[in-house]
Design a protein around this ligand. Structure first.
Ligand SMILES: Cc1cc2nc3c(=O)[nH]c(=O)nc-3n(C[C@H](O)[C@H](O)[C@H](O)COP(=O)(O)OP(=O)(O)OC[C@H]3O[C@@H](n4cnc5c(N)ncnc54)[C@H](O)[C@@H]3O)c2cc1C
Ligand SMILES: NC(=O)c1ccc[n+]([C@@H]2O[C@H](COP(=O)([O-])OP(=O)(O)OC[C@H]3O[C@@H](n4cnc5c(N)ncnc54)[C@H](OP(=O)(O)O)[C@@H]3O)[C@@H](O)[C@H]2O)c1
Length: 445
């Protein structure tokens, strides 16, 4: 698998921790470890060249969907110097922000806050390196360590040896099957019809403005935000969704309690079937739903075009894309089926944006070489994957434990608490390791 000889990333020494990904989850962990004075030897690997939080969705006017009080640290330690309030103070904007009278900063400002914290941890993160595999590093029959392989843009490989790995690599775009036969462009110029995922939106927005009518597939928050952005650029849009309407996110206070840190304990303690039932019951707090203010804005635009007697944008709810292909002019052509009676028709576009959500499978791919060492059973309450006896290397997950730990797991909601819990597990592991070393040394004397 690793044909090119691998350089040893950290001089061949065994690290306490390699973190894969340096988004908010592993950044919160880096902060928690530093503030706990854990003294662990760690490195984080981030495939992007610099810190950025969903950069292709930093749209004009897009706002946070969570209170700024749920920043990287405040739930754990409101006095931390890495809080959002501390950031505002450092930028000389604390009073100006107070005058805004909001809990929901713009996504651009929150991105700037996260980047401000990340800059303080530059010494711990290697940017521009994509982790490609996590392999067992054996010592006889035992696996005390893992080797984390990574590659830079030039194809050069490096690897690190570590006692623990924490995967906080986020998600990958969910592409509907109908689009399998069309080249999915990663944003920017390229060959084939202009079909992109919302994850690549801003990189392709300029090109899209020249392309003609755009289809936005999906009825969630990304779809609504992209519709408003395209409208602002003067582009005609069809919104295509399987659901009956654009529906509001339930952010009412009792429902919001599912994002409280204590809820993780409650949910984790339930049998799997009951957990699944609760996840379904609260699905509309997060998935395929839109902020109510945004729904009003979208509706207002559709109403205004009625007033003006134009039909620039179309809302094609209860429609499924059954096939997609390249038209004679090179643009995407979609076959749409109505879910009310099954009638089909074809529509031609200049571009398509798939605002169809995400999948969380990066950890499965990275951990494939560890397969023989993974035990059956679910991830632990401390986010550690169960391993077979003999494998003492720690494999931890951040952001892919929704089924066991609840809807907050993919969000920012409980980052500081989760980071604290994982930091505690890592520190305990390091202490055990040091204890063993001392015992071995003492008995050898
Ligand atoms: C547009 C958008 C807006 C959102 N807004 C909110 C919000 O307002 N509130 C909220 O609570 N949640 C929001 N979310 C949910 C989002 O999942 C979290 O905000 C947050 O990004 C989770 O952090 P993370 O570190 O787990 O994942 P990410 O932020 O996705 O970070 C993962 C990092 O890992 C890197 N990576 C991936 N694979 C590798 C690899 N193999 N090697 C090295 N690095 C790798 C990625 O480049 C990325 O930087 C939003 C999601 C989207 C898509
Ligand atoms: N400003 C912000 O803070 C902001 C902005 C954007 C996103 N986000 C967050 O990011 C996360 C993801 O939001 P999202 O809007 O990208 O995704 P999402 O909520 O998962 O919504 C995906 C949409 O795509 C549809 N879809 C999925 N597969 C499809 C298929 N095969 N064919 C047709 N339609 C399909 C879904 O419809 P079905 O219901 O029919 O499956 C749904 O309407 C959420 O947590 C959200 O809050 C936040």
């Amino acid at each position: 698998m690793h044909g090119i000889p691998s350089l040893i990333g950290d001089g061949g020494r065994v690290l306490d921790l390699v973190g894969v990904g340096f988004g908010p989850s592993n950044l919160a962990l880096a902060v928690a470890l530093r503030e706990a004075g854990a003294g662990l030897a760690c490195r984080f690997l981030e495939k992007r060249e610099t810190f950025v939080w969903h950069g292709n969705m930093l749209l004009d006017g897009s706002r946070m969907q969570i209170s700024f009080l749920k920043d990287l640290v405040s739930l754990r330690d409101p006095t931390s110097r890495y809080s959002f309030l501390s950031y505002l103070h450092s930028q000389g904007r604390l009073q100006d922000f107070i005058n805004l009278r909001t809990f929901y900063p713009s996504r651009r400002e929150f991105n700037d806050y996260l980047a401000w914290v990340a800059a303080d941890f530059d010494d711990l993160c290697d940017y521009g390196l994509e982790a490609t595999a996590i392999e067992p590093a054996r010592a006889g029959e035992a696996v005390p360590h893992v080797r984390v392989h990574a590659r830079d843009r030039a194809g050069r490989e490096r690897s690190w040896l570590a006692r623990n790995v924490v995967i906080g690599a986020g998600a990958t775009p969910r592409i509907p099957d109908a689009f399998d036969c069309l080249v999915h462009r990663g944003g920017g110029a390229g060959a084939g019809p202009l079909v992109i995922h919302s994850n690549d939106y801003l990189a392709a927005a300029e090109e899209m403005a020249q392309a003609g009518r755009v289809a936005v597939v999906g009825l969630g928050q990304s779809a609504a935000e992209i519709f408003l952005d395209l409208h602002g650029r003067g582009i005609a849009v069809d919104i295509i969704g399987r659901g009956p309407a654009m529906r509001p996110a339930d952010s009412s206070p009792f429902a919001n309690q599912v994002f409280d840190a204590g809820y993780t304990n409650y949910l984790y303690g339930l049998p799997p079937a009951e957990r699944a039932e609760l996840l379904r019951a609260f699905h509309n707090t997060n998935y395929a739903v839109v902020d109510p203010d945004l729904i009003d804005a979208v509706y207002g635009i559709f109403y205004q075009q009625k007033v003006e007697g134009t039909a620039r944008h179309a809302m094609l709810t209860r429609h499924e894309v059954v096939a997609a292909r390249s038209g004679s002019d090179g643009g995407p052509v979609l076959d749409l089926a109505s879910l009310d009676g099954g009638g089909r028709h074809e529509r031609r576009y200049g571009a398509v944006v798939l605002a169809t959500g995400y999948r969380r499978r990066i950890h499965e791919e990275l951990l494939q070489p560890m397969e023989p060492w993974l035990a059956s059973g679910e991830v632990g309450r401390d986010y550690r994957l169960p391993t077979v006896p003999g494998c003492t290397a720690g494999l931890y997950l951040q952001g892919c434990c929704e089924a066991t730990h609840g809807l907050s797991d993919t969000l920012l909601s409980i980052l500081p608490i989760r980071a604290q819990e994982i930091a505690a597990a890592l520190t305990a592991d390091a202490d055990r390791g040091r204890g063993q070393q001392i015992r071995t040394t003492t008995s050898a004397q």
